[in-house]
Write a protein that binds this ligand. Structure first.
Ligand code: T4K
Length: 410
């Protein structure tokens, strides 16, 4: 194919984008609009907007019941839920955490002057590597925060025995993992506590929202008080606290979406299988696998590019797709250790986390969720297949910029 033929095929070289409107990673899964409006009408009639109202209480009860834990404390977002959990657990000094996570996991520690010590991941599961955790423990270590990245569970039993042996606290950032299991046990019931995010982009969303779930009565009480400024009574404050409360509007959205989680899993699973069927035969691309023995929400379609076999780099594929209005994302690149303030604290951290370096520079995520149709997936995969087929020529053109690029990135 000549450069002119290529320019007629790919938007990055000047052709019309394949999709008129952008396809996002993280387009919200939404339940029944009429049911949401009914709930909003109730809120208007009651004139009760926040402070542990009836919809928040109902939402907490539903989450606790589904996860199979004694307590759920709904929060305004996952980040504040992490911060409050870390404080309620008494974490201080150093805490071991994967670098391959959303920046909020590390920031929630640093925000409270707790030093995140970045640990590497298992390159197969993308979750924290227990062997390295043990090597990173010092006299200043007080805890471990595992992250169930993409809804794939951490090696929780191994982490649990390390924590017990070294008398450390263990908690999990389960932002991605509502509806997933570990050895058949619901995520949400592991460690001392777990934290969900119900952000708009998550499998289950409240617009903004989060929750702490635990079986520990004392811990639950502390978390609840801390999320309401530490008030135990109208005029009595027992702890240093903050405002972590979920609003009734968020709970209304959460409850409405919660009714449909089975449909959301079904759509995600269908999308995942479609992507797998179409991408598996393409050399140099690997789709992250989920364990069939576990429940999974399939909210993330994670593709790893092996640049020894693929003529295009991960970044070139992302740019080519973006120009076509397929807004693929590079989560979690470049890893927390390469972002500020951590980059300045630990200038050589990249040497300690080779798997994070490798995985974060090779993976990208594709759009999924209820908003994506099978025909969209076929078109996206066809685009990827054609781009890789013309990989060497495309790559040459992109680097040499023989043809003026219209839309290198959106
Ligand atoms: N721990 C982990 C492991 C996490 O992944 C996260 C959050 C947290 C903790 C903290 O939880 P929260 O405090 O957020 O509850 C997004 C989300 O904002 C963030 O919640 C999420 N992880 C992270 C992985 O992704 P951004 O900055 O990359 O993307 P954003 O918010 O601009 O949205 C992504 C895409 O989704 C966009 O391309 C557009 C689309 N989108 C987004 C919104 C908000 C929609 O289509 N509709 C929408 O309403 O962080």
């Amino acid at each position: 194919m000549t450069p002119t033929d290529l320019a007629q095929q790919f938007a990055i070289l000047g052709a019309q984008p394949s999709f008129e409107t952008p396809l996002h990673v993280g387009c919200p899964n939404l339940g029944e609009r009429d049911r949401l409006i009914e709930r909003i009408n109730q809120i208007f009639e009651r004139k009760w907007l926040t402070n542990h109202g009836p919809l928040v209480r109902e939402f907490e009860g539903e989450i606790a019941r589904r996860v199979g834990v004694k307590h759920c404390i709904a929060m305004c977002n996952g980040t504040v839920a992490l911060e409050i959990s870390m404080r309620a657990l008494g974490l201080r000094g150093e805490v071991i955490v994967p670098s391959f996570t959303f920046i909020a996991t590390a920031h929630a520690l640093q925000w409270q002057k707790i030093t995140p010590i970045f640990c590497d991941i298992d390159p197969q599961t993308h979750t924290i590597d227990p062997e390295q955790v043990e090597r990173l423990i010092t006299p200043r270590t007080t805890g471990i925060v595992g992250v169930h990245t993409w809804g794939r569970p951490c090696a929780a039993d191994e982490l649990d025995s390390i924590a017990a042996r070294h008398k450390l606290k263990l908690m999990f950032d389960a932002a991605h993992a509502f509806g997933c299991t570990y050895k058949g046990r619901s995520i949400g019931s592991l460690g001392s506590l777990e934290v969900f995010s119900f952000h708009a982009t998550k499998f289950l969303n409240c617009g903004e929202g989060g929750a702490v779930v635990t079986n520990d009565d004392d811990l639950a009480q502390r978390v609840r008080l801390m999320s309401n400024f530490g008030f135990v009574d109208k005029d009595e404050v027992q702890y240093l606290g903050t405002n972590g409360k979920m609003s009734e509007m968020s709970a209304a959205l959460g409850l409405t979406n919660l009714t449909h989680v089975d449909d959301f899993v079904q759509a995600n699973r269908r999308n995942y299988d479609e992507y797998r069927k179409a991408l598996e035969p393409i050399p140099g691309l690997d789709l992250l696998e989920y364990d069939d023995a576990e429940a999974c929400n399939f909210q993330y379609v994670v593709v790893e590019v092996d640049d020894t076999k693929c003529p295009l780099s991960r970044d070139q594929i992302v740019d080519i797709l973006s120009a076509e209005n397929v807004l693929a994302r590079r989560y979690f690149w470049p890893g927390c250790h390469r972002m500020e303030p951590y980059r300045s604290f630990f200038p050589d951290a990249d040497l300690l986390v080779p798997n994070t370096e490798r995985v974060s520079s090779r993976v990208f995520l594709l759009p999924t969720g209820t908003a994506i149709q099978t025909t969209n997936i076929e078109k996206i995969c066809d685009l990827i297949r054609r781009a890789i087929h013309e990989g060497s020529r495309l790559s040459g053109l992109l680097s040499a910029q023989e043809i003026p690029l219209q839309t290198m990135s959106l």
